[in-house]
Design a protein around this ligand. Structure first.
Ligand code: B4P
Length: 237
């Protein structure tokens, strides 16, 4: 089969090796012209990594579930990873709980180590959705370096915009049923929001320098917010 000057997607799939990647099928090749190939965005070679950013209770976890279902990304939530460690009563979990119960961020080295292992254990991912990470400038720099080792980078940071009163209302409501100790006490919730302003908001400044931040309205129905996020992603893909 001749690949040269082929300008449309071929009709049959033939495993080939491209740039060291095995089993790339010709379905992945939308144009193959004089050894220059352009790969379709659905190709297994194209990684799309995004950060879902926002204060506690802004809906990162809620929207992440919908986004990974639509875009086939691997979901990495540091909050979920930490809660898993706590539930498994590991030394790391016990250390993390002391910070989380006070509404404070867990030390950088702990969460960076967790994300590094999670990236290592997902070598075939077509892209990652980072939920609740990075939360400090040091975490952002570490993430960039980890992705660089994989020859990839962050494509976009989607920042959910929600007022403080709405955040407190949502988290107290979740605390009625979630069993999460950091959601039941208003003082702890406000401490988390203060921690966000003191340490996490700067992460948006970091990615703004690279023109990667898109602000998305985070109040309204879950479906409307999801539509806003999808629109921002589709423009960057
Ligand atoms: P996380 O688990 O990341 O969670 P979160 O900030 O509390 O909430 P999220 O924004 O995901 O809100 P959700 O969708 O659930 O962090 C927990 C703690 O872990 C942190 O305080 C910190 O101590 C530690 N931690 C995590 N990552 C860390 C890191 N990188 N470095 C250091 N420490 C770290 O939504 C909240 C509620 O709102 C839900 O009940 C939901 O149903 C509701 N909701 C969502 N969208 C809504 C909408 N549109 N309208 C009404 N309600 C809505």
């Amino acid at each position: 089969m001749c690949f040269c000057h082929c300008s449309s997607t071929p009709a049959i799939a033939v495993p080939v090796t491209l740039n060291g990647y095995n089993n790339v099928t010709v379905f992945d090749i939308v144009k193959f012209d004089y050894y220059i190939c352009y790969l379709h965005k659905d190709s297994i070679l194209y990684m799309f990594n995004l950060i879902l950013f926002g204060p506690p209770g802004s809906g990162k976890g809620t929207q992440s579930e919908k986004l990974i279902a639509r875009y086939g990304l691997k979901h990495l939530s540091t909050g979920d990873l930490l809660r898993h460690e706590i539930a498994s009563r590991t030394p790391l979990g016990q250390e993390a709980q002391r910070f989380m119960d006070k509404g404070q961020l867990v030390p950088d080295e702990v969460v960076i180590g967790m994300i590094s292992s999670a990236l290592e254990s997902n070598p075939g991912a077509r892209g990652f959705l980072f939920d609740g990470f990075p939360r400090t400038a040091a975490q952002a720099e570490a993430l960039d370096k980890l992705l660089e080792l994989k020859d990839t980078s962050i494509a976009v940071m989607l920042a959910l915009d929600v007022s403080e009163e709405e955040l407190v209302k949502r988290l107290l409501k979740r605390g009625e049923t979630s069993g999460r100790s950091d959601d039941t006490n208003e003082n702890v919730i406000r401490a988390r929001i203060t921690e966000y302003h003191n340490k996490t908001a700067a992460v948006a400044d970091y990615y703004t320098k690279f023109d990667k931040v898109v602000l998305v309205k985070g109040e309204g129905t879950i479906d409307d917010i999801f539509a806003g996020l999808c629109q921002a992603i589709d423009q960057r893909m």
